[in-house]
Design a protein around this ligand. Structure first.
Ligand SMILES: [Fe+2]
Length: 234
């Protein structure tokens, strides 16, 4: 995740007026801003499962908007905290959760996908494969369950394969809007997250969400999911 240290306008003004203590504090906190990560493949590389047009819009417009609005909300939060404005701090929480969640979820989503020629869709080998059989029945049962839960999700949201770190057990969960998986439990780590917002499929699949869910498995990056699983389990 690319981070860039920034100094706010307020901090600069304070620095100019003689380095007030709070300005030094703000600068020393190393306030950060977030930026859009590059995709690890071309926009057209996931075709025919996901069209280049969807990938480009999804990345350049939707994800970028979450990043922009997250940074804006964090800057406003910093101002509200500096002013001791308790009401403004509370009011900003929903924008931070929504846009920060959008940035976090999409950053995972791009890594969850891979072109077929680079191994996309190849079922996991090793310990994650065994865990899927043990905890969720089989790969077929997992796909069926995530597709059913994704299709049944009302409104916009995500369907996840996660790892419960405490019990070392795989779980299937859904989250609404842009809520990250961690909102369902601090011990949950996302392995695979599937975006079931209409913006993820409508241009290509129209209203047929089940076809999108069926085809996305052809480009799921199980290598990435396995790496996260191994790291968190050992
Ligand atoms: Fe999305």
């Amino acid at each position: 995740m690319a981070l860039r240290t920034i100094v706010s306008r307020k901090t600069l003004a304070a620095l100019g007026s003689g380095l007030r203590a709070e300005a030094r504090l703000a600068a020393s906190r190393g306030l950060v801003t977030f930026s859009l990560p590059d995709l690890p493949y071309d926009y057209g590389a996931l075709e025919p499962a996901i069209s280049a047009e969807i990938m480009q819009l999804h990345h350049q417009k939707h994800h970028q908007t979450y990043v922009t609005n997250y940074n804006k909300a964090l800057e406003q939060l910093e101002d509200a905290m500096a002013k001791g404005d308790a009401l403004a701090v509370v009011k900003l929480q929903s924008a931070i959760k929504f846009n920060g969640g959008g940035h976090i979820n999409h950053s995972i989503f791009w890594k969850n996908l891979s072109p077929i020629r680079e191994g996309g869709g190849e079922p996991p080998k090793g310990s994650l494969g065994w865990a899927i059989d043990t905890d969720l029945g089989s790969m077929e049962a997992l796909v069926q369950r995530m597709n059913a839960e994704g299709a049944a999700l009302q409104g916009s949201g995500w369907v996840w394969l996660g790892l419960d770190k405490d019990f070392k057990k795989l779980v299937v969960e859904t989250t609404a809007n842009q809520d990250p998986l961690v909102t369902k439990g601090a011990n949950l780590v996302p392995l695979i997250g599937i975006d079931v917002w209409e913006h993820a499929y409508y241009l290509q699949y129209k209203n047929v969400k089940p076809d999108y869910l069926k085809n996305i498995w052809k480009v799921i990056n199980w290598k990435y999911a396995s790496e996260v699983y191994e790291k968190e389990c050992h």
